[in-house]
Design a protein around this ligand. Structure first.
Ligand SMILES: [Zn+2]
Length: 122
């Protein structure tokens, strides 16, 4: 690669990196707001459970409790998907052991397990 090409490539990489950072910041704030929503629904579950307890009603079958649980499960799935997007932007993936490794690595540096490329399991 000649010098001009190298400089151009460097500028492109830097622009891409900056773009990734912006994207990551956006996703991280989305994750934060979804986590707040989860906390809100957890509080509502607590309230519904207490009201049921006071009224002497069965707690775990209360529709409001179940509804909030369903919403939390949905939000958790969304958070997981967003976290996956962050990993993708950072060119990383998560091994089944939970360790984060570069996307190009075939084996986990912690447990030694062969890991699937991110693109394959999407
Ligand atoms: Zn591992």
């Amino acid at each position: 690669m000649n010098l001009i090409k190298k400089v151009k490539q460097g500028a492109t990489d830097a622009a891409k990196l900056a773009q990734n950072k912006i994207e990551m910041t956006k996703i991280k704030s989305q994750i934060a707001s979804k986590e707040k929503e989860i906390e809100h629904h957890q509080a509502l579950i607590g309230e519904a459970v207490f009201l049921a307890y006071q009224a002497g009603e069965p707690i775990h079958t209360k529709p409001s409790v179940i509804d909030h649980c369903k919403v939390i499960a949905q939000l958790q799935n969304q958070v997981q998907a967003l976290e996956q997007q962050v990993l993708n932007l950072k060119n990383e993936k998560v091994c089944t052991c939970g360790h984060v490794i570069p996307q190009d690595d075939y084996y986990c540096s912690k447990c030694g397990k062969k890991s699937i490329a991110f693109k394959e399991f999407r």
